[in-house]
Write a protein that binds this ligand. Structure first.
Ligand code: PRP
Length: 185
């Protein structure tokens, strides 16, 4: 039995480890069918996507390469600041590449609307958005995912890469945080 210092802060488990694994296998197969023979670039958006990215690329045995960009729009708040900052930029030329953006969550859409535009100005041939979680009820930008793992309700979700104030990313499932943990922020 794995011990956890964080379990007491979790209201409920929303998506189990098993459900994550099953769905990511399906997504990997769908991406395989879409991109076979095209050498796509998997582009993970840090930090939130780090766990999803590693499982997704293993579930999709295409000839492909990987890249990361780090952005932040939430700082330590629960609502997006609306202003996206690149904290670690691309380390390679993406001109002419079929880019698969890998995100942990599509919430207001601020981050992905910004990144889609940014990668197009950098010369990407195509952009495909893959998000593990989709929270459509909070969308303020006209953007949608090409592939989404799970649609989630408007609750504060953490785990499997997703944080609150940089914590809880290492929880192996997706859970809902107890409101008292973030009350007052
Ligand atoms: C989170 C998440 C997405 C973004 C989604 O990033 O990882 O990138 O917010 O929200 P949006 O659709 O409202 O833009 P955050 O800025 O918290 O940084 P992190 O990935 O380092 O946790």
């Amino acid at each position: 039995m794995m011990r956890s210092e964080m379990e007491q802060d979790i209201l409920k488990v929303l998506i189990t480890e098993e459900e994550l694994k099953t769905r990511i296998t399906e997504l990997g197969n769908q991406l395989y069918d879409r991109f076979q023979g095209r050498n796509p670039l998997f582009l993970g958006v840090l930090k939130g996507s780090f766990m999803f990215m590693t499982d997704l690329v293993r579930a999709c045995q295409l000839k492909s390469d990987i890249e990361f960009i780090a952005v932040s729009s939430y700082q330590n708040a629960t609502v997006s600041s609306g202003c996206v900052q690149i904290t670690h930029d691309l380390q390679q030329d993406i001109t002419g590449r079929d880019v698969i953006i890998v995100e942990d969550i599509l919430d207001s859409g601020t981050t992905l609307a910004f990144l889609k535009e940014y990668f197009l100005t950098k010369g990407a041939a195509s952009i495909t958005i893959v998000t593990l979680l989709d929270k459509p009820s909070r969308r303020t930008k006209a953007i949608s995912a090409d592939f989404a793992g799970f649609t989630v309700p408007d609750e504060f979700v953490v785990g499997y890469g997703l944080d609150y104030a940089q914590r809880y990313r290492n929880i192996p499932y997706i859970g809902v945080l107890k409101p008292e943990v973030y009350a007052g922020t």
